[in-house]
Design a protein around this ligand. Structure first.
Ligand SMILES: [Zn+2]
Length: 507
């Protein structure tokens, strides 16, 4: 097999660090199917190409178990290039059809990465030029379940339930046989609400007290990785920046309150040891002000800024933009409190529990714990829970550049960049295979993963697909990969590959 690639990774060669992508114990090719459940057919014909009898060339040394074996059990048969065996085991990877969410804040028509990704791989998708396409959901969440291609509308959740071993042992035991993360593509045209996500204990309390507003009891840490320049508000600005706005923007000072503003400045001058409380007082005062007074002051500010043409230090462009999207909304003033950042492609931010944030514009990959708990307080027509938001926030100021989440190159595979936040629920790998490379192996992890191709084209092969069939990876295609199996790829046009893969990084 001709290969100019030097990127194939050795199983188990990853250097141990805090939370690596989980190297598998080895690609056993044993089916992840549960005992007693029937074998499933391979994925849909639309996604699986029959390569004929001369393949699977990409798997010269892979063993195939003829029948679904139990641990340490069954008969093994080498795949013979000339006479491939017909395998009826459950495929170790399946193509998914994923839900598109058309929220009003989504990017419009072809401007939306969500829309063009879906259009590129789903011939039945009708892209409408004047409609918003906000999110692509990859996972098992009930509000947008992914469907396994070619399985008669079987949801990924049901497919996993049929063979829970596909999750990997650690995920099975820690997350009770559920896929713990939800993976998304976001295309943001208009600001999302100012929000924060509760930590686990608060999520449980909120759910118990107000199940109508807090539909589940799970925490919801989330991470965004930019696909295009991606803009958001994230965490409290350094105190000195907020103080500067309080001194130079009289309307902002008015809604925060003269007393609070004075205390804020005094605290800062005294060294800031009690900064958390004064920051909380100022923010809470703004958020709980009479909405009419806020509207009035915002109108004055907008009028004043429109008459000026200088941006310098005044947050002018953002404030005018937010006000044009949500006229009179208190959330516009939040931009004086929160860091305004623009991620470049490949850069990430992580939103831990109780950190205020709002996505403003651009396209990104997003991964989160599988939950829907959001506490909102501005820039939204949805239910606002100002009291809980003001109570729960961390009030930890820090500069915008400190809010960039660092990624690391996988020491075992230079094509892989790892974004591994300090939560057990998920991590994301960015896989970038250079132009000209003809083959690449998607490493086996000891957790199930979801893999989306952003650009490039490849054929994935595995004996479990049956009869030398392959799974096509191309722009927009999404596959679920079972734990403990690697996936050899043959890159079709030698134009490289960019993909993102969400998984569960348990030690
Ligand atoms: Zn959020």
């Amino acid at each position: 097999m001709a290969s100019r690639s030097n990127v194939r990774t050795e199983m188990g060669s990853l250097v141990s660090k805090k939370k690596q992508p989980p190297p598998a114990k080895g690609d056993s090719s044993s089916t992840p199917q549960a005992a007693g459940s029937p074998a499933s057919p391979p994925a849909a014909e639309s996604e699986v190409k029959d390569q004929g009898v001369s393949t699977p060339a990409a798997l010269p040394d892979e063993k195939v178990n003829k029948a679904p074996p139990q641990e340490g059990g069954a008969e093994e048969v080498m795949v013979d290039d000339e006479s491939p065996v017909t395998v009826t085991q459950t495929p170790v990877a399946v193509a998914l059809k994923c839900a598109v969410q058309q929220y009003a804040w989504g990017r419009i028509g072809k401007d939306s990465e969500v829309a063009t990704l879906t259009q590129a791989c789903d011939p039945s998708f009708q892209l409408k030029e004047d409609e918003p396409y906000a999110e692509l959901w990859m996972g098992t969440h009930v509000k947008g379940p992914s469907i396994v291609e070619g399985q008669e509308a079987k949801s990924l959740k049901d497919w996993i339930a049929d063979q829970p071993d596909c999750l990997g042992e650690k995920v099975r035991s820690k997350f009770n046989d559920q896929l713990p993360f939800l993976f998304k593509v976001l295309s943001v045209n208009k600001s999302l609400s100012i929000q924060a996500h509760p930590h686990k204990a608060l999520a449980e309390t909120l759910h118990a007290e107000h199940p109508e507003n807090y539909p589940d009891d799970n925490h919801k840490p989330e991470m965004a990785i930019a696909l295009t320049p991606f803009e958001g508000l994230n965490g409290f600005r350094p105190l000195i920046e907020i103080d500067n706005f309080l001194k130079t923007v009289p309307e902002f000072r008015a809604v925060v309150g003269e007393d609070n503003a004075d205390k804020f400045t005094a605290e800062l001058e005294a060294g800031g040891s009690d900064s958390k409380n004064v920051l909380k007082d100022c923010f809470t005062e703004l958020m709980t002000r009479d909405p009419e007074f806020v509207k009035e002051q915002l109108a004055l500010l907008v009028q004043r800024l429109q008459a000026e043409d200088s941006e310098t230090g005044k947050n002018r462009e953002l404030l005018l933009r937010l006000n044009s999207q949500f006229p009179g909304d208190v959330g516009c003033f939040c931009s004086f409190f929160l860091n305004h950042m623009t991620l470049q492609p490949g850069e990430a931010m992580f939103l831990g529990p109780n950190e205020p944030h709002a996505y403003l514009s651009g396209n990104c990959m997003e991964c989160m714990a599988c939950s829907d708990n959001v506490v909102r307080a501005g820039l939204t027509p949805k239910y606002k829970d100002v009291e809980n938001l003001c109570k729960m926030l961390t009030y930890l100021p820090s500069p915008a550049q400190d809010r960039l989440f660092p990624s690391v190159t996988d020491p075992g595979d230079a094509c892989v960049t790892i974004y591994d936040p300090p939560v057990p629920d998920f991590a994301v790998a960015r896989i970038k295979v250079a132009e000209g490379v003809e083959s690449y192996e998607v490493t086996a992890y000891d957790s199930a993963s979801i893999f989306i191709t952003i650009s490039g084209q490849a054929e994935a092969s595995h004996p479990s697909f049956g009869n030398g069939k392959t799974l096509t990876l191309k722009r927009g295609s999404v596959i679920f990969m079972s734990a403990n199996h690697s996936l050899p790829l043959k890159l079709e046009k030698a134009d490289g590959l960019l993909a993102f893969r969400a998984y569960c990084p348990l030690d």
